[in-house]
Design a protein around this ligand. Sequence first.
Ligand code: QAP
Ligand code: CO
Length: 166
Amino acid sequence: MSVLKILIFPDQRLRTLAKEVDVVDEEIKILSSDLIETMYDGDGIGLSATQVNVHKRVLVVDVSEEKNSPMVFINPEIEFLTKEEKIYSEGCLSVPGFFEEVKRPSEIKVKALDIEGKEFTVEAKDILSVAIQHEMDHLDGKIFVDFLSNLKRQRIKKKLMKVSKK
Ligand code: QAP
Ligand code: CO
């Protein structure tokens, strides 16, 4: 297993649309375990393949306290989301050092394939719901800063460009 390098906003490769996974093979299993290791290494609760420059529809989340319950979602699809919305303070391993409030549907039902290629569905609320929605956005090239004001996004962009030049 390996810790992979994470792309940092405003890297344009984060805007890539990820492709569906045809077969859950050994390569996808390795990718999934590398994503889990990379997420834990960065103290994250979620990570998408997009963020490590692999443009396949795979994401991982672990919202457990003990960080021992990783979940893998391959080709995730939203089956249902509530009209009710909730605000959470979100961060992102691709936007290090910044946390901002984002409003999203409060509960979702998601269908995906697991690491064995078997279909499963989960109903999520609270932080799990936020994490899955946030990571699914990455697969479509979307980042949580897209939901902020232009001023806030520009400030974050400028600061991260300075840091990555060093
Ligand atoms: C998405 O993000 C998320 O800036 C996952 O310095 C985050 O794991 C969904 C992280 C919050 C819902 C709520 C960010 C770690 C981790 C940082 C993450 C940082 C260290 C972000
Ligand atoms: Co993110």
